[in-house]
Ligand binder design. Sequence first.
Ligand code: GLP
Length: 241
Amino acid sequence: MRIIEAKNYDHMSRQAANIISAQVILKPDCVLGLATGSSPIGTYKQLIDWYNKGDIDFSLVRTVNLDEYCGLDGSNDQSYRYFMHNNFFDHININPDNINIPDGKNENAEEECKRYNDIIKSMGGIDLQLLGLGPNGHIGFNEPADFFSMDTHKVSLTDATIQANKRFFEKEEDVPRFAYTMGIRNIMQAERVLMVVSGKSKAKVVKEAFFGDVTPKVPASILQVHKNFTLVADEEALSEL
Ligand code: GLP
């Protein structure tokens, strides 16, 4: 585990974008595992800026997103597909055929999870997985539990996650109760994992996840044993260490 201390959110975003940019330059057809949430938005902005300057080419890059809410399709502005297009894909030269996100509208969970696992397998795995950190220690939508779920699965969101994510919806009732998410094995098999964390509100969970026990009760803690895990966090997020 490597920790890179950034001064603030912008600095964190530039540091993370540098690592992703290096990955794309070294392997132009790499598989990027991508994440939503407020944490990676600055990273995407920086990558778009370098793309506009002609420094990065995404034409061969393939992507696989971590998760999606069940019941929302890409035209819903709260769906993660919408988020990804709005904050990243629509501003770079990625080939739309190379974008993969779980299909929240597929009601057949078994079929959808298998389809998604097969996609990850057929791509030969993930070269770099970008992650945020949920306030309860979740990664993707792998919520605190008694065991680690290995592959893509349908998850029932915890109340803490519904509370944390309701700020994006008009009313709390609108927050979907279920989601599809890559599992812990999908994430742990990535060649490199890069997490971005910012702000005081994450300081306690950063300490628990990376300086506490490895336990499914804090899903991100499993990253302590990943072979190539980099945490880029700002001073506030590291303030409890
Ligand atoms: C959501 C996503 C996670 C993300 C988390 C934290 O629940 N499923 O992938 O990491 O939110 O979001 P934020 O970066 O806004 O704190």
